[in-house]
Design a protein around this ligand. Sequence first.
Ligand code: NDP
Length: 290
Amino acid sequence: QAKRSVTVIGLGPMGHAMAGAYLDAGYAVTVWNRTAARADELVARGARLAPGAEAAVAANELVVLSLTDYDAVFAVLESVEGAVAGKVIANLSSDTPARAREAARWLTERGAGHLTGGVQVPPSGIGSPESSTFYSGPVELFNRHRAALEVLTGADFRGDDPGLAQLYYQIQMDLFWTSMAGYLHATAIAEANGISAEEFLPYLSSTAASMPGFQAFYAPRITAGNHAGDVDRLAMALASIEHVRHTAEASGVDDALPAVLAEAFRRGVESGRGAASLTALVGQFRRAQL
Ligand code: NDP
């Protein structure tokens, strides 16, 4: 049986870890990066540095892209347009669902396949089956290359719409960034009052650990459109976030973050949702989008 082989284009921290994982798994690995020196360590470990992006694409059926965003993806794809027919591009670069659909269309028109990937772990998680990546695109392409993709991380196939993997990725990142910002803001108030980040940690952990319980309670009610204020009311949330905001202010900490929340809660109360649950904000957020 021929040695399994793959091309990796883009050797930032992520692509570098991916090419390394393939080498560790015994694959014949062809790499290319705009800045060639980033390939040095991989070449020393047995990877082959292609003389150009086109040669890298030509080398293997499966081509993994790990680039900053889809502007970078299109910059590379347009430079290899003549070599893409018959290839399967597993595009593990982050961007919006719309950009993923655009790249899939572009490749399909040129006789190539596109699998969108949204990697949910940092480079240290690459090569570990417990890590997870969202995939979407033609299911037969996913199944054909599943074993190779699972060298990188576990694979969670979301459906054939090429935008889906990025959609799942971006909504996870919405939660991630807002949670991290809340964590850092709370830590700033703690530190401004002489409580170190480490002293604060057990309290932070206990609040963070309560979140899945809240979410498990609310999710079926949100699905059912039940925003009854029987356990929490938006008017209470508004009063509470104002206390947070004033505590930040009095601590000399920027209050912009709680102020944004207070503004959203206030709009809900002023539009008559004060006696409803905080979950009524889901509808309010959606309406604000229209
Ligand atoms: P980097 O931005 O550090 O590196 C990306 C690569 O893109 C580099 O090899 C860079 O080449 C290349 N590149 C950028 N612009 C161009 C261009 N115009 N033409 C050709 N090549 C280009 O990203 P990471 O390696 O950290 O991540 C890769 C992807 O994975 C990103 O989309 C990121 O959002 C996602 N991701 C990253 C995580 C992380 O923790 N790092 C976690 C989860 C997802 P050069 O070396 O020449 O600059």
